[in-house]
Design a protein around this ligand. Structure first.
Ligand SMILES: [Zn+2]
Ligand SMILES: [Zn+2]
Length: 289
């Protein structure tokens, strides 16, 4: 078997040369695929769910290592008929294995956090051979990644020569994690950081998480910060109303470490004030207390 060396080169920031499916004026007449497949590189796939199926239009990620593929999140819809995630993932794995044959190859399914729009497709993977769907409870998630009580210490998941770091990221959700892939330099931030409404359930935990991500990013090359939704418009500080299913003027999905710093500054500025606070690339919504 050709053992791929995922550590050979420093990660480079490839442009995301993609126009995401972004809904349509009439959901009934939507002609987009149920799931958009974008190959970021030969071993990294970004998926987006069609907004006509669920307005959340979440992103999911499929990463290939030498022994395991990792699916990060399973979307907002349970039905394999409306949302054929299992079929799409099976096809992608089959295609990858055709290029990189292996006798055995496993699939790991993990979640950025257990909100319904990130776990709904889990059941589609039940009974799939050589597959583990990691549970969604906070302690189960942290145990899987080897995260202890000291949240400053990263955990990991090894896909066979492609070892991702994992950081506990409470704030949006207590079980949230952020994954860092050294081979692409991509930071997968779930709903903790994305170009949209950052709903904060636990303000002190969120502040600590953003600081932790900034500290981590200072020690590693981060090429893109990729969350799981786009809710902003192309106009700075203006988001699409919730439940909209047509977003023709979306900004790119990818954010930068500079946006992490901007969130940190915004947190200081917002202080004790609850509610909604718009910034050019994101809106912070304090829903705690
Ligand atoms: Zn969420
Ligand atoms: Zn979400």
């Amino acid at each position: 078997m050709d053992w791929l060396d995922f550590t050979a080169d420093e990660p480079v920031a490839r442009p995301l040369d993609v126009r995401w499916i972004h809904g349509s004026p009439s959901a009934k007449h939507n002609t987009d695929p149920d799931i958009q497949v974008y190959r970021y590189d030969p071993h990294t796939v970004i998926l987006r769910q069609n907004m006509a199926i669920d307005y959340e239009g979440p992103f999911m990620f499929l990463l290939f290592g030498n022994t395991h593929a990792l699916l990060v999140d399973t979307g907002a819809t349970e039905s394999a008929e409306y949302f054929p995630l299992r079929r799409v993932v099976d096809e992608l794995i089959e295609q990858w294995l055709a290029e990189h044959p292996r006798d055995r190859y496993s699939l790991l399914v993990v979640h950025t956090h257990p909100h319904g729009d990130h776990i709904a497709g889990d059941a589609q993977f039940a009974g799939r051979p050589d597959t583990r769907v990691v549970g969604i409870e906070r302690d189960e998630v942290r145990a899987f990644f080897g995260l202890g009580d000291d949240l400053g210490k990263a955990g990991l998941v090894d896909l066979g020569g492609r070892v991702l770091d994992c950081l506990a990221s409470p704030g949006h959700h207590e079980a949230a994690v952020t994954l860092y892939d050294p081979s692409t330099g991509i930071l997968l931030t779930g709903d903790t950081v994305y170009p949209g409404r950052l709903y904060v359930e636990d303000w002190p935990a969120f502040r600590d998480t953003i600081d932790r991500l900034i500290g981590f990013a200072a020690t590693r090359p981060v090429t893109h910060v990729l969350g799981c939704h786009i809710e902003m418009t192309a106009e700075p500080g203006v988001d699409y109303p919730i439940r909209y299913t047509y977003q023709p003027d979306e900004p790119p999905l990818e954010l930068t470490v500079g946006d992490l710093l901007a969130i940190s500054l915004a947190i200081d500025e917002i202080g004790d004030r609850p509610g909604r606070h718009a910034y050019p690339n994101f809106v912070i919504c304090r829903v705690d207390g």
